[in-house]
Ligand binder design. Structure first.
Ligand SMILES: [Zn+2]
Length: 230
């Protein structure tokens, strides 16, 4: 009898943790307990990151990173479990921002670690995945680490808020339709997640000291918010 009880308990525990995996849609009215929290990078998360976002030669210390458990409204308006790795200095700000976005019903399609896409930025962006930490050096440099590489920059709904480089190349490729056509009424419910100056997403990040890549002149990075000063 005791054995059966233990097995049942283990099954239940497994079901609960599975049900709360990032990407899971929660039933309406589900408890928010355990979300909007930060912790040092747990071993199981670090195993997912190693050789991917935490690449070989990573100069950012594991102890400087934090793992966030979040909730967000997906494109259907359902509550979905999200996760993020960021620098410890912006963890509290991100929790405040994503809680406010969630409570306002702001839609974010997906929020899982970029490691689920083998830390491939194009694949993660194409899947419209919102993410933060991904160690890499800046283009053309072997010593300067990008702000994503330090966990100090966040990309929001990247497919609908693409990056346009100085030559006009759009990333991700499937975001092309949203690179220049950013006000049209033909955008349907996507128009609600097109980041614009003064909207709730822009206001929240700026309130917490972030800079928006959509305001840059030489290139446009509509998905991108970064905070350098700590
Ligand atoms: Zn970015």
């Amino acid at each position: 009898m005791k054995k059966i009880a233990i097995i049942l308990f283990l099954c239940l525990a497994a079901t609960v943790s599975w049900a709360q995996k990032a990407g899971t849609v929660l039933p309406s009215g589900a408890s928010h307990k355990g979300f909007f929290t930060q912790q040092e990078i747990p071993d199981d998360v670090f195993r997912r990151m190693q050789g991917k976002s935490f690449a070989k030669g990573c100069t950012t210390k594991r102890s400087d990173l934090r793992y966030l458990r979040l909730l967000h409204c997906n494109m259907n308006g359902d509550t979905q479990v999200g996760e993020m790795v960021c620098h410890r200095t912006i963890a509290a700000a991100l929790i405040d921002i994503f809680r406010a976005l969630y409570e306002s019903g702001y839609r974010i399609e997906r929020m899982v670690l970029i490691d689920d896409y083998d830390a491939d930025d194009e694949r993660s962006m194409s899947a419209n995945n919102t993410s933060c930490f991904n160690f890499r050096f800046m283009t053309g440099s072997r010593t300067r680490v990008s702000l994503h590489g330090r966990g100090l920059a966040v990309d929001i709904n990247p497919r609908y808020n693409p990056y346009i480089n100085k030559k006009g190349k759009v990333s991700p490729i499937n975001g092309k339709a949203y690179a220049y056509n950013r006000t049209s009424s033909t955008l349907g419910n996507v128009k609600d997640v097109i980041i614009r100056r003064g909207d709730i997403c822009h206001r929240l990040f700026l309130k917490h000291g972030f800079v928006w890549g959509g305001a840059w002149k030489s290139l446009k990075d509509y998905q991108h918010f970064e905070r350098i000063e700590n």
